[in-house]
Design a protein around this ligand. Structure first.
Ligand code: HDD
Length: 666
C-alpha cells in the first residue's frame, strides 16, 4: 500500500499522534491525503436519470443495411461491436428506489470502428415535449418540490400535474406514463426506443429516415401498482439486482434491434409530423425490420468508474448516420455534452476508459483538467510546415452532414404540423387491452388523488375527456369528482380516430413465458419432498428460477428427512419479489404459518397481485385465512405431475379476470 504519490505506507489504521493518547498531528500527510480523497469521492449526480444500472455487452448485426447507410456498425455483419448499456429511472435521486412509476432510460454506447455511437433512448417511443427549451420546466416540475424537498422519485404531486395540465403536448406521453410501461418487471423485460427520427445516409449520399427500437427476447412484463409500492420497501434495488444477478448467473439478456425506414415522401403522408417527438410511427404504418441483436454479458467491475462515469451524448454519431431536424434532438445535442463537463469536471471526460472510443482517436485539442494523453509534439495545430505528419481530416471517410435544404425565416414558432396533441393519446388508449386500460384509469386516479389543488385535477379531467369522454368520466368517478367536466379546447380538432395499433399493448403481444422469471416457494418442515422436487424440476425446465422461502433461512426438513436450504427468510422474502408462488406446507407447518402475519400477507398479496398460486392440500387453511378464492389461477399440488401444469399456467402471466374481484375497477 502506498500514498497516491507512490510512497510506501507503514500504518494505515492509526493517525500520527503526540503520544498514544495525545492529539493528532497536522504533519500526518498520510491521514490528510486519505481524508482529502474521501471528501471528494462524490461527483454531482445526473440532474435527471440519476439512478441507474448498467452492463457491458455486444451488438451483432444480422441483416446489413448497406443499401441505406455507410455506417460499418449497421452494414458489416461480421462485426462484433462492444457496447455499454445504462438503464435508469428519470425523476429520482441516485439513492431512490427502482420501482417508481417513471419512464426508464435505455442508453446504448456502441464502440464502433468509426467512433462511439450513443443511442440515448427511453423505454417509451415518444416524449413529453416537442422543443428542448421546455425540458428544464418538465424536470423542475417532476422533481422534488423546491420549497420542501419532496416527494422523491414520484410524479404524483401538484407541481408535476400542474405543469402537465398546462402542457397539452404532453398528453400522449402521459398516457404511456400512466400505463404499465412505467412499472416494468425488469430492465430485461422492457423495450427501448431511440425516439427521434434519424437519417441513414448511403454511399451515394441518399438519405432515408429511421427510427430505432430495441425489443427484449424475454418479452415485456410489468408488475402491478400495489406490488411496485411494496417492492420498493422489500427490495429498493429490485431492478439493479435483477440485471446484475441475471448476468452473473449467465442468463444474458438479449434485445433485437429493429428499424423503421421511411422516405421524406412517405413521411409527408403520415397523419402527424415525424419531427415531432410527441408522436410515434405505428408499426402497422411502417413495419419493423429486425437487423441485429444486443446481448448484455458482463457486469461492471466498478460501478463508479463505469455506470456513474459513463457519459452518453446524443451528438455521438458515426459517418452514415445523421440527425433529423427534430428540435428536441437539437437541444439534446447541446445538453448532454454540457452536462458531462459539470458532472465529470473536465473536457477530457472522453478519455475515461468507459467513454474512450475503442478505435484510435486524434486531433489538435490539448491540455485541460485531467489530461491523460499528453502528446509529445511541438506542433498542436494545422496546417503546419514544421510537422505535416499529425492527424488530418479525411474528406472521404470523415463524417459529412447530409446536405438537406434548409430555408425559412428565423422565428420562435411551432410548426402547425405539431398541433394535434390528442389523436395519438387516444390511439394509445384504444390500442390497450381491457386490463391495461383499467390500469391507466387506476394510475390516473392514484396520481391525481395526490394532487391537492382542485383546479389542477379538473383541468386534467378536461384533457382526459378530450382524449376520450368515457376515460375522463371513469377517472372523475374514481376521484369522486362530481362537477361537470369541461373538455380542453384542442389547438386543432382531434383528427378522426386513428386505427388502434395492437403493437402498443404489452398484453396483446404474447404471454410473458417463464424464462427469466422467479417462482417463490414457501416451504415448511415436513413438506412433501416429492412435490418440492418436482416443482423445482419443472421450474428449472421452464427456464425460471425457484426461490425457497422458509420460516427460518437455515431451511427446513422435508417429509423424507432431507434438508432444504432457504434462499429467503419469510419476512425478508415477501411474495412481491416473485412472479408466481407455491405453498408447499405440511399440516403442522401450516398451523405454524397461521400465526405468522408475514405468511398470511405472503399469500394474500400474491392473490391480490393476480398471481398464479399453487399449494398442497395441507396449506388450504392458510389460503383461506389469506382470503384466497378459487379461480383459474389457483392450482392444487397433489401429484408429481401437477407442478408441470402449474408452471405452464404461470407462464401465461397474471390472472387478469381476478382483478375486478379484488379491487374496484372504475
Ligand atoms: Fe435526456 C440524461 C433520455 C430529452 C437532457 N436522458 C438522459 C438519460 C437518458 C435520457 C436515457 C440517461 C443517460 C445515462 O444513462 O447516462 N432524454 C432522454 C430521451 C429524451 C430526452 C429519450 C427525449 C427523447 N434530455 C432530453 C432533453 C434534454 C435532456 C430535451 C435537454 C434539453 N438528459 C439530459 C441531461 C442528462 C440526460 C441533463 C442528465 C445526465 C446526462 O444527460 O448525462 O443532459
Amino acid at each position: 500500500m502506498t500514498t497516491n504519490h507512490g510512497m510506501p505506507i507503514s500504518d494505515d489504521h492509526n493517525s500520527l499522534k503526540s503520544g498514544a493518547r495525545g492529539p493528532v498531528l497536522l504533519e500526518d500527510f498520510v491521514l490528510r491525503e486519505k481524508i482529502f480523497h474521501f471528501d471528494h469521492e462524490r461527483i454531482p449526480e445526473r440532474v435527471v436519470h440519476a439512478r441507474g444500472a448498467a452492463a457491458h455487452g455486444v451488438f451483432e448485426l444480422t441483416d446489413s443495411l448497406a443499401d441505406f447507410t455507410t455506417a460499418q456498425v449497421l452494414s458489416d455483419t461480421s462485426l462484433q461491436t462492444p457496447v455499454f448499456v445504462r438503464f435508469s429511472t428519470v425523476a429520482g435521486n441516485r439513492g431512490s428506489f427502482d420501482l417508481a412509476r417513471d419512464v426508464r432510460g435505455f442508453s446504448v454506447k456502441m464502440y464502433t470502428p468509426e467512433g462511439n455511437w450513443d443511442l440515448v433512448g427511453n423505454n417509451i417511443p415518444l416524449f413529453f415535449i416537442q422543443d428542448a427549451i421546455k425540458f428544464p420546466d418538465l424536470a423542475h416540475a417532476v422533481k422534488e418540490e423546491p420549497d420542501r424537498g419532496f416527494p422523491q422519485a414520484q410524479s404524483a404531486h401538484d407541481t408535476f400535474w400542474d405543469w402537465i395540465a398546462c402542457t397539452p403536448e404532453a398528453m400522449h406521453m402521459v398516457m404511456w406514463q400512466m400505463s404499465d410501461r412505467t412499472i416494468p418487471r425488469s430492465y430485461r423485460m422492457m423495450q427501448g426506443f431511440g425516439v427521434h427520427s434519424f437519417r441513414l445516409v448511403n454511399a451515394e449520399g441518399v438519405s432515408t429516415f429511421v427510427k430505432f427500437h430495441w425489443t427484449p427476447l424475454l418479452n415485456m412484463q410489468s408488475v402491478v401498482w400495489d406490488e411496485a409500492i411494496k417492492i420498493n420497501g422489500a427490495d429498493p434495488d429490485y431492478h439493479r439486482r435483477d440485471l446484475y444477478t441475471s448476468i452473473a448467473d449467465g442468463e444474458h439478456p438479449v434485445w433485437e434491434l429493429g428499424v423503421q425506414l421511411f422516405t421524406e415522401e412517405e413521411a409527408a403522408e403520415f397523419d402527424f409530423d415525424h419531427l415531432d417527438s410527441t408522436k410515434l410511427i405505428p408499426e402497422e404504418v411502417v413495419p419493423l425490420r429486425v437487423v441485429g441483436r444486443l446481448t448484455l454479458n458482463r457486469n461492471p467491475a466498478n460501478v463508479f468508474a463505469e455506470t456513474e462515469q459513463v457519459a452518453f451524448c446524443t451528438q455521438n454519431l458515426v459517418p452514415g448516420i445523421d440527425f433529423s431536424d427534430d428540435p428536441l434532438l437539437h437541444g439534446r445535442n447541446f445538453s448532454y455534452l454540457d452536462t458531462q463537463l459539470k458532472r465529470l469536471g473536465s473536457p477530457n471526460f472522453h478519455q475515461l476508459p468507459i467513454n474512450a472510443p475503442r478505435c484510435p482517436f486524434a486531433n489538435m485539442q490539448r491540455d485541460g483538467h485531467m489530461q491523460m494523453h499528453p502528446q509529445a509534439t511541438r506542433v498542436a495545430y494545422t496546417p503546419s510546415l514544421i510537422d505535416p505528419s499529425g492527424p488530418r481530416e479525411d474528406p472521404v471517410a470523415g463524417f459529412r452532414t447530409f446536405p438537406a435544404v434548409v430555408q425559412g425565416l428565423k422565428t420562435r414558432e411551432r410548426s402547425a404540423t405539431f398541433s394535434d396533441h390528442y389523436s395519438q393519446a387516444r390511439q394509445f388508449f384504444f390500442s390497450q387491452t381491457e386490463p391495461e386500460q383499467d390500469h391507466i384509469v387506476a394510475a390516473l386516479i392514484f396520481e391525481l388523488s395526490k394532487v391537492e389543488l382542485p383546479l389542477i385535477r379538473s383541468t386534467m379531467l378536461g384533457h382526459l375527456a378530450t382524449i376520450d369522454a368515457a376515460l375522463g368520466q371513469r377517472v372523475a368517478e374514481g376521484l369522486g369528482h362530481t362537477a361537470p367536466i369541461v373538455p380542453a379546447t384542442p389547438a386543432v380538432e382531434p383528427r378522426t380516430d386513428l386505427k388502434p395499433s395492437p403493437k402498443l399493448s404489452i398484453l396483446a403481444n404474447g404471454p410473458p413465458g417463464m424464462v427469466g422469471r422467479l417462482v417463490g416457494m414457501l416451504v415448511t418442515d415436513g413438506a412433501s419432498s416429492v412435490i418440492v422436487g418436482a416443482l423445482i424440476e419443472a421450474t428449472v425446465a421452464a427456464g425460471a428460477s425457484p426461490k425457497i422461502v422458509c420460516p427460518r433461512v437455515g431451511g427446513v426438513t422435508l417429509d423424507d428427512g432431507s434438508h432444504l436450504c432457504g434462499d429467503f427468510q419469510l419476512a425478508g422474502g415477501p411474495s412481491v419479489l416473485f412472479d408466481t408462488v407455491a405453498v408447499i406446507a405440511s399440516e403442522a407447518g401450516t398451523t405454524a404459518l397461521l400465526g405468522e402475519a408475514a405468511a398470511v400477507s405472503w399469500v394474500h398479496d400474491a392473490f391480490h397481485h393476480l398471481k398464479v398460486i399453487a399449494s398442497t392440500d395441507e396449506a388450504e387453511p392458510l389460503l383461506a385465512v389469506a382470503g384466497v378464492a378459487a379461480d383459474a389461477g389457483i392450482v392444487a399440488l397433489a401429484g408429481a405431475e401437477d407442478p408441470v401444469a402449474y408452471v405452464t399456467l404461470a407462464g401465461q402471466g397474471r390472472i387478469w379476470a381476478r382483478e375486478p374481484t379484488v379491487r374496484t375497477v372504475y
